[in-house]
Design a protein around this ligand. Structure first.
Ligand code: ATR
Length: 276
């Protein structure tokens, strides 16, 4: 029940209609009896600054930041965690008595989702598609775990920037064009673009590039066309629900300082996903 004391948590994104984050967090608040409520806000690029100012004005306790705001939001915050600063992207904001602090829980979310699937990253060759806020967190996470990164992005300059940013953490090479020769080399392919969020989006890569030995990981959830194609080819396929869950667990702890009930959340997510 929403009371006069209920603390509000939100998510700012464009699009935001697809998000399952409200279900995750509201389920956890209800289970733990915490007086919080999580709501979606459809925030366009041009309104991001005003929306961030509104967090203070409306005394919103915290927000998640999603596509396409994870990088642009940094300039409007009072403090940034060391990790988010290093990654250059924020997906979680805490309003600590009027001081807005940005965090990045995507890197941890990605790594924990792979661990849950018993997929080892160390020494693996991993092709990352995309060079936005989510891709930066994923590249950072992979390099910290000892994986080797190949990165391709429509806008080459952004991939080159990521290489320059993270080269001191480990092996990272930019792929200017997706060519067949690279597919023999890589073990895991990650769609870290936003392609697949909208029904008429093109595929992030031609399915002919995929081999049955590949693990295909898509950060978009619950299912994408390329995930279906990858399954047909015989790839092991991992969708974005795991990363969604584990980044949410870390964000929940930042806002409430309480451990969320992961098994309860998983059950609810499974129930919701069967209706998709
Ligand atoms: P997020 O915060 O989720 O990472 P983002 O920072 O807006 O979102 O990044 C979106 C990513 O998807 C970028 O890599 C973008 O490529 P560009 O850097 O060239 O813009 C990629 N992307 C989005 N639409 C695309 C499209 N139609 N074709 C290819 N890549 C696309």
């Amino acid at each position: 029940m929403i009371t006069g004391k209920t603390k509000i948590i939100g998510i700012f994104g464009d699009p935001v209609e697809h998000t399952l984050s409200p279900i995750i967090h509201n389920e956890a608040f209800k289970y733990l009896g915490l007086d919080y409520c999580y709501v979606p806000f459809h925030v366009k690029k041009k309104d991001l600054k005003n929306a961030i100012i509104a967090i203070k004005a409306l005394n919103i306790k915290g927000v998640n930041i999603t596509v396409p705001h994870k990088e642009a939001v940094i300039q409007y915050l009072d403090e940034i965690s060391d990790e988010a600063k290093y990654i250059g992207a924020v997906n979680t904001i805490l309003n600590n008595e009027g001081i807005l602090k940005g965090f990045n829980t995507d890197a941890q979310g990605f790594i924990l989702s792979l661990k849950e699937e018993s997929i080892l990253i160390k020494e693996k060759n991993i092709l990352i598609l995309g060079a936005g806020g989510a891709a930066k967190a994923i590249v950072y996470g992979i390099l910290k775990e000892g994986g080797k990164v190949y990165i391709y992005n429509r806008t080459l300059s952004k991939a080159l920037e990521i290489k320059e940013k993270f080269a001191n953490l480990g092996f990272i090479e930019v792929i200017p064009h997706i060519e067949q020769s690279i597919n023999e080399k890589v073990d895991i392919i990650v769609n870290a673009t936003s392609l697949g969020l909208k029904k008429d989006d093109p595929l992030p890569i031609n399915p002919a590039f995929l081999l049955s030995k590949h693990i295909y990981y898509d950060i978009v959830y619950p299912e994408t066309l390329l995930m279906n194609e990858a399954k047909k080819i015989g790839c092991k396929v991992v969708g974005g629900i795991g990363m969604l869950l584990w980044q949410a667990v870390e964000a929940f702890k930042i806002w409430t300082e309480v451990e969320p009930p992961v098994d309860v959340i998983k059950k609810t997510l499974n129930k919701v996903l069967t209706k998709y």
